[in-house]
Design a protein. Structure first.
Length: 550
């Protein structure tokens, strides 16, 4: 979608948000700070290569005709063979599987580095020359340096629309103005795509513009790596863009792991929002986004009317950025941009960030006042500065936040039927080779106390706390027998109050509160679960839920 709108000519003064404003804004969660050990392990650093999983053997990719329909988001932790990953080290090759799915069904292939990439880097310009399979192409990008002495980190601004360049340079990062249309031109038919990418790989390539634009930025980074690092730092690269260029910025960060900080803004359909959520939200339809420009790969045409058949969704592309920095800026006031679906993608991807021990490296922020599309918003200025310091300058360690406006409040529980595992730090331990002891079992009979008759339930709660408020997600699990109704009792800490609730009824707002099922989630099969949640003021820490079945 292309929404024609100029940037605001004036900038509002950034003000501190009071607790009352937080309540109005909707759900907010602040995740834990990165530890020193995590930083030492490279959590904050970009990868040294474009694709760390290039050596992973990916097999078992599904065929188009064998895809089942699934309205829930695919499990990012489940491998193609059906097994779940158990260690953080498993993510590298699981990410490679997701990459193959994303290329095959959504974006088209983003080729690896061509045979020859050369160019120059100056204080004002970058040139890129590519040769591959007897074909050649050339493009360039403008450079603006901040004050001070280099080499500098740099942010690629896609198409001239992105995060505030004055703030970027004031923070100490250079700006690379990248014209994506020189690499993949809009306004061309799918069978005659034009630009530097298609000069190399053919005008009938099934690769869409977003992957082609990402290929172009990867080649810019190749040239910076070869330049001797005297002007720009290749290991401190960011990318940003808004609207269709926000789609591009997102794809660029997803597919090149050398990008330390990815910052898409108001990207809309074909960007961050989950494909499965777009039809129900009233955002630009998938068929419209697919047909407006060849942004997505040709293969995506099979899914414009049936996104539930996709074996991948954008929450997994958010996860592909992990553990690197990701700052998603969104506009809750334009439903056509799919902000609720974007928040669900961020929440789903954040589960992978948390499982990898990098939960504070992702920020989603839609808590902004109404304003024109792609305007520089004062609410984003401070988190923009924080993210640049943390991921590009490496002088900060501010935690990321998930901050959603109440007009576009996504709920991950509505979209997933999988759980986030606890991933171990090292590789999974192989089974011991020593045979088990041969001591015979004891002859004493076990106690004859009969097992419980079942029919009960248990409840667990997860709390996301921020200054002045919190969000609690509660999981209710049936015991050995099905249940047909449940009640969860929790005593809130002094001063805490429930302000909003979903998927349950409540007996009150303070003190001891009983939460009961609603019509559609009271019946739970044996060993199965359902979820509800609530938002509150004060602190939600330390609550202990108890569950009783009807």
């Amino acid at each position: 979608m292309i929404i024609r709108s100029g940037r605001s000519s004036t900038r509002s003064v950034l003000v501190a948000l009071a607790v009352a404003a937080l309540t109005i804004a909707g759900s907010v969660s602040v995740v834990a700070r990165t530890t020193t050990a995590q930083a030492a392990a490279g959590v904050l650093a970009a990868a040294a290569v474009e694709d760390e999983g290039a050596d992973c053997a990916v097999s078992g990719l599904p065929d188009l005709g064998s895809l089942p329909t699934n309205a829930k988001l695919p499990d990012p932790f489940k491998k193609l063979n059906g097994a779940a990953i158990t260690a953080k080290s498993d993510w590298r090759c699981r990410r490679a599987e997701i990459k193959e799915l994303a290329e095959k069904f959504v974006f088209g292939e983003k080729p690896a580095k061509p045979a020859t990439v050369t160019g120059t880097v100056s204080t004002t310009n970058i040139t890129v020359n590519v040769s591959h399979n007897g074909r050649n192409s050339t493009f360039s990008a403008r450079v603006e340096l901040p004050s001070g002495t280099g080499p500098f980190p740099a942010v690629v601004v896609v198409g001239g629309f992105g995060a505030d360049t004055a703030t970027i340079k004031a923070a100490g990062a250079a700006v690379i103005s990248y014209d994506p249309l020189a690499v993949g031109r809009e306004g061309t038919p799918r069978n005659n795509k034009q630009g530097a990418f298609y000069s190399i790989y053919g005008s009938s390539s099934g690769t869409g513009l977003l992957a082609a634009w990402g290929w172009g930025v990867s080649r810019i980074i190749d040239v910076i790596e070869q330049s001797g690092n005297t002007i720009l730092k290749p290991d401190a690269m960011g990318v940003t863009g808004c609207s269709r260029y926000g789609k591009g910025a997102f794809a660029i960060g997803v597919f090149d792991q050398r990008i330390a900080l990815t910052m898409p803004i108001e990207s809309g359909s074909a960007g961050v929002p989950i494909f499965r959520g777009i039809p129900g939200e009233g955002a630009q339809s998938l068929s419209s986004a697919y047909g407006e420009q060849p942004w997505l790969g040709d293969a995506f045409g099979s899914f414009t009317g049936s996104p539930n058949r996709l074996p991948v969704d954008t929450h997994e592309m958010v996860a592909m950025v992990a553990p690197r920095g990701l700052f998603i800026m969104d506009n809750p006031h334009i439903a056509n941009l799919g902000p609720r679906s974007a928040s669900v993608a961020a929440l789903g991807g954040a589960e992978v960030y948390k499982a990898l021990g990098a939960g504070d490296n992702i920020t989603y922020w839609s808590d902004v006042q109404d304003g024109s599309h792609c305007a520089n918003r004062p609410e984003w200025r401070t988190p923009l500065q924080n993210n640049i310091r943390k991921f590009l300058l490496k002088t900060g360690n501010e935690p990321g936040v998930i901050r959603m406006h109440s007009k576009a409040l996504g709920r991950l529980a509505d979209w997933r039927d999988w759980q986030t595992p606890v991933l171990v730090d090292g590789p999974t331990t192989p089974p011991p080779t020593t045979p088990p002891p041969t001591t015979p079992p004891p002859t004493t009979l076990p106690p004859t106390t009969p097992p419980p008759t079942g029919g009960g339930c248990t409840a667990t709660v997860s709390v996301n706390q921020w200054t002045g408020g919190f969000v609690a997600a509660v999981r209710v699990t049936a015991g050995a027998a099905p249940i047909n109704g449940w009640t969860v009792t929790m005593t809130l800490p002094p001063g805490a109050s429930v302000t909003n609730i979903w998927s349950a009824n409540r007996s009150g707002t303070t003190g001891t509160v009983q939460f009961t099922n609603v019509a559609y989630n009271g019946s739970i099969g044996a060993g199965q679960s359902t979820e509800f949640g609530y938002q509150g003021t004060g602190t939600g820490a330390g609550v202990t839920p108890t569950c009783s079945a009807a």
